[in-house]
Design a protein around this ligand. Structure first.
Ligand code: 4NP
Length: 154
């Protein structure tokens, strides 16, 4: 089972989701059965480590994002991944435009799929530290439900 998180730059939201899911999969004993990755719809930050503010906020909650490097999503990803989860409506629209007619990946809006009160993880790039905390709050909650789904699918 392979899961890909997608945001705009792949330096804030989707790397955070990747780090949180990887951590929770280890706790659930599913680390060997689920592969996790993240990517951006844009290419500005390709090859870079996650934003320092994302790394710092994540580290305080026990998630290490330091080994991640940004990459841009490709059409081939729709054949590689089973589940592609977009952080906001704009990411989802960009992914729908890229999606081949046939491909195994199921594409969805991350928070909508896991029934949060809000359906987008807001872009924290131009925000203060509080934006990064909010991103983590939303991602942690939805990831708990994602892990429950994955337990039933692997
Ligand atoms: P992300 O945040 O999509 O959560 O990685 C952003 C990072 C960089 C930019 C936009 C959003 N940017 O415009 O460079």
């Amino acid at each position: 089972m392979r899961v890909l998180f997608v945001c705009l730059g792949n330096i804030c939201r989707s790397p955070t989701a990747e780090g949180v899911l990887r951590h929770k999969l280890r706790e659930a004993g599913l680390a060997d059965q689920v592969e996790v990755a993240s990517a951006g719809t844009g290419d500005w930050h390709v090859g870079r480590a996650p934003d320092k503010r994302s790394q710092a906020a994540a580290r305080l909650r026990g998630y290490d994002l330091s080994a991640q490097r940004a990459q841009q999503v490709t059409r081939a990803d729709f054949a590689t991944y089973d589940l592609i989860l977009a952080m906001d409506h704009s990411n989802l629209r960009n992914l729908e435009a890229l999606q081949p007619a046939r491909g195994k990946a199921e594409l969805d809006l991350f928070l909508r799929r896991y029934q949060s009160d809000v359906d987008e993880v807001p872009d924290p790039y131009h925000d203060g530290d509080q934006g990064f905390e909010h991103v983590l709050d939303l991602i942690e909650r939805a990831t708990d439900l994602l892990v429950i789904e994955l337990k039933g699918r692997v």
